[in-house]
Every structure is written in structure tokens, then in C-alpha cells.
Design a protein around this ligand. Structure first.
Ligand code: SF4
Ligand code: SF4
Length: 460
């Protein structure tokens, strides 16, 4: 690499490891794994082409304000499917983050969507009280029936297709899109000890009765729109002998900031989370969102240049586990069958490729007795959600989603379980707008229902 790089953000994001840009041997084995390359057939929409662009910018041969750099880096889903098939071990996820940091800091004139994103990241996502308020408004629009009315009347589509899809995303986060959750009320007194914002229970300093304990990362979208999944997670962990602590001071994981290139914002949130979870440093940190889990697992890299936090960030990242990985460690108890139609599973890219959860989520699902499982072709392919890619790059996202919906239709599934709220919303919204009869939920919700059917919450 040249010494006089004109790309301070990119090089800073790589933390002195600019040689990672040179690791690609141009073999092309990643091309067919890349959803955007498969759709457009454009080399620059594949990993190899994007790496060329990053390297050209890094070497000062291409401006960081060039249209090609902006367009093709923006169009990457960040799914990291390319990493899995790369024989040279190219750390594409880290390189993409660095390229986005370069774009974020460049003088490139971005469209309205990107300007709005930048505003929201700074003035809403970094301000917990405002974020809480924003999710309260979103829940009101969803739960009052306003979203449904605007969608079903066709008004949302008249405004714009992007607005319609945004409302469908919100609508598909609702509990009516998952399994019936009578549990939330009826079993309130049967749940294991919990503390923190997702419960009505005691404060975080609660001392748990058993030696099996874990801390729960609730997530901003998780707590804002999917608190039922957090509650189900706590109940399921409890049945399997694990008491849960939920720290009050935790904040958003910073994935949206990191994916947008705002690494300074991501670091602010990371430091806050490290402090919030430092109370019980010996405990694992459980998440139920693939996107959050992958981000939390990368704090070690994100804060590697921070003298004060580097060591704590590495320790923090080593503690991160998806709920399915934690259950696999202790051995998941089997519940009863659940009364639904065929169930299928779609892997969250970040759970699969970021957290390397492998078969753990499927093993968690298998703890539901007599599971009526429908195999899903391409379950390891991205759904096109990718954070808020679906709103920033709607056309390409829609094409990626169309393939997913076609496979779901062919599977005959009536229920789809997936371990990330973004995927749940993306597939739920697509299914709703396509008129597909499909409920989307988290696998832990199915296991929770299975335990309820077995009467496991009624045992003392
Ligand atoms: S992260 Fe996904 S979309 Fe981006 S280059 Fe890799 S495979 Fe393609
Ligand atoms: S598989 Fe790896 S080495 Fe081969 S072209 Fe893709 S990124 Fe480069």
C-alpha cells in the first residue's frame, strides 16, 4: 500500500491492518454466493469488484467521492456470505465497515434517505430517551390499527412504495404476526427471576438463586417492537435452569451506526454497553437478535485502538452468545408439540456468518416435539433486509426478497421462524404485500409456546 493514503477514515477503521485489503487472490469463488452479484451480474456488485474499489480508494487511485465507490459499496447487503466461501480468508465484513466509514467521512453528496439516516443515528439513536419515545410512537401506529388501515386502504401505496413497505415492516413486527401470546399475561407469575427494563420485576442487582445465570442484551428494536421475544427468552432460559439479569443501562448495540460507517457513534454505544454489562463479568451475555449478536461480538475489533477499553471490549465480545448457542451448552429441554401448520426456518446472515451459530437455532427448534418442519431452499441466503438496506436500496432489496418469498411459497410453510427482528420484519412485510399466508416469529417463541403446551411453566 502507498504511504500517503488520502483515506484517513478507511485506514483508521482498519486500525493499521491495511494489508487486509491485499488478501484477495481474485479467484472469484465468492461471486455465486453474493446475492447482489447474482441479481445484477455486475462485477462491481460482487465482493471481488467491491474489494478492487476499496483498494483503489485506499491507494489513492480512485476518489472516495467517486460515484462508483459510493454506488457499489452502498449496494452491498453486508450479509458476509462471501466470507464463508473465501479460500484466502478475506475479512470482508471489516473491510466493508472501513469502506463505509470512508464514505461517511467523505464530502460525497448523499441522497435524502442517507441524510435522514445520518440525522436519525446522531439525534435519535444516540439519545436513549428520544429513541424510547420514537419506538413508543411506532408502537402506537402499529397497535392502534393506523398502519393496518393505511396499508389495506391503499393510501400507503399512493404516498409511495417505500412508505408502504416501511409501514408493512412495522406492521409485521406486531404480536398478531407471531404465535398467540396469551403467555405474556397468564404466566407472568411463573417466569424466572428477571430484572431490568423488559420486566416488571426487581432491579438489576437481584441475586439469582442458582449458579446458572446469564445477562440478557435486549436490543433497541428488540425492546421497542419485540419485547415479547425478550420475555419468551427469559422464560425459556428459566425452564432450562438459567436465571436472567437484564442491565438497565444497556443501549443500542451500534450495528446501524457501524453499517452506515459512523464508527464514532458505534464506539460511544459500545463503551456504554461494556460498562452496563461489567457488573457480572463472569456471566455470558445472551442475545436473541443475530444482527445485535454479530455487532456485540465485534466490539473487540471496534475498540482495538482504544487504550482504556480495548481489553474490556475483547472480554465482552467473548461473552456473547445467541440464545440457541446458550441452550445448546446446557442441553435444551423438550416441550410439547405446538398447534400450527408447517414451520420453516430462515437463517439470519449475521447469526450464521457473524456469530457462527451453525445448527444451534435448528437444534433449539427441534426441542419442539413433533415439529412439522418444512425445508426451505436457500435458507442461508440473505432476505434483503440487512438493517435498513430495504429502505435505502429498495429496488435491489425487493429483488433479493422476491427469491426468498418464492422459496417460502414452494416450501408450503405457514410459519417461518428466524433469529433476527430485521429478517422477521422483512419477510413478514414481503409476505403481507404479496398476499402470502405466513406468520413470522422467533424460534424461541415457538419453544416458549411448546413449554406452555407441556405445562412446564406451571411446575413449582
Ligand atoms: S457481504 Fe453479501 S452482498 Fe456484500 S459482497 Fe459479500 S456476499 Fe455480496
Ligand atoms: S473468494 Fe476471496 S479471494 Fe476469491 S475473489 Fe472472493 S474475496 Fe477474493
Amino acid at each position: 500500500m502507498q504511504d500517503n493514503l488520502s483515506t484517513p477514515a478507511l485506514t483508521a477503521a482498519l486500525g493499521g491492518e491495511e494489508d487486509k485489503l491485499l488478501a484477495c487472490i481474485h479467484c472469484g469463488l465468492c461471486l455465486e454466493a453474493c446475492p447482489t452479484y447474482v441479481i445484477t451480474g455486475d462485477e462491481n456488485d460482487g465482493p471481488r469488484g467491491r474489494l478492487y474499489l476499496m483498494r483503489a480508494v485506499g491507494e489513492g487511485k480512485l476518489s472516495n467521492e467517486s460515484r462508483a465507490f459510493e454506488r457499489h459499496i452502498d449496494r452491498c447487503l453486508g450479509c458476509r456470505a462471501c466470507e464463508q466461501v473465501c479460500p484466502a480468508g478475506v475479512e470482508y465484513g471489516q473491510l466493508l465497515e472501513a469502506a463505509r466509514a470512508e464514505l461517511f467521512s467523505s464530502a460525497t453528496q448523499r441522497g435524502f434517505s442517507y441524510k435522514a439516516l445520518r440525522f436519525a443515528l446522531k439525534h435519535v439513536w444516540l439519545q436513549p430517551a428520544r429513541l424510547k419515545f420514537a419506538f413508543a410512537v411506532a408502537r402506537f401506529i402499529r397497535d392502534s390499527g393506523v398502519a393496518s388501515l393505511l396499508l389495506k386502504s391503499g393510501v400507503a401505496r399512493i404516498v409511495s412504495r417505500r412508505f408502504e413497505f416501511g409501514l408493512a415492516l412495522l406492521q409485521s413486527s406486531g404480536p398478531e404476526n407471531g404465535l398467540p401470546h396469551e403467555l405474556d399475561g397468564k404466566q407472568a407469575n411463573k417466569t424466572p427471576p428477571v430484572s431490568g427494563p423488559s420486566s416488571n420485576a426487581a432491579p438489576q442487582t437481584k441475586v439469582c438463586a442458582t449458579k446458572n445465570r446469564a445477562m440478557l442484551f435486549t436490543g433497541c428494536v428488540g425492546e421497542g417492537l419485540f419485547s415479547r421475544v425478550n420475555k419468551a427468552t427469559v422464560r425459556v432460559l428459566g425452564v432450562n435452569g438459567i436465571d436472567t439479569i437484564v442491565p438497565d443501562e444497556q443501549v443500542c448495540c451500534g450495528a446501524l451506526h457501524a453499517h452506515a460507517g459512523d464508527l464514532a457513534g458505534a464506539r460511544i454505544l459500545a463503551r456504554q454497553n461494556i460498562k452496563a454489562f461489567s457488573v457480572n463479568e463472569e456471566l455470558p451475555i445472551v442475545t436473541n437478535a443475530g444482527g445485535c449478536g454479530a455487532m456485540l461480538s465485534s466490539y473487540g475489533h471496534l475498540l482495538s485502538g482504544d487504550e482504556t477499553f480495548a481489553a474490556a471490549a475483547r472480554t465482552f465480545s467473548e461473552r456473547i452468545r445467541d440464545i440457541s448457542q446458550q441452550l445448546k451448552l446446557v442441553g435444551t429441554k423438550t416441550g410439547a408439540s405446538v398447534p400450527t401448520g408447517p414451520i420453516t426456518y430462515d437463517a439470519s446472515c449475521h447469526l450464521l456468518y457473524g456469530q457462527h451459530a451453525g445448527e444451534a437455532p435448528l437444534e433449539m427448534l427441534a426441542a419442539v416435539s413433533k415439529l412439522n418442519f418444512a425445508r426451505l431452499e436457500g435458507s442461508d441466503r440473505c432476505c434483503g433486509g440487512a438493517g435498513i438496506y430495504n429502505l435505502l436500496e429498495p429496488d435491489l432489496s425487493r429483488e433479493v426478497l422476491a427469491e426468498k418469498l418464492a422459496n417460502i411459497r414452494a416450501s408450503g410453510a405457514q410459519v417461518l421462524a428466524t433469529g433476527n427482528p430485521g429478517c422477521q420484519m422483512q419477510i413478514g412485510a414481503g409476505a403481507f404485500l404479496a398476499g402470502l399466508n405466513l406468520r413470522t416469529c422467533h424460534p424461541v417463541e415457538l419453544l416458549d409456546e411448546s413449554y406452555a403446551q407441556a405445562g412446564m411453566y406451571n411446575q413449582d
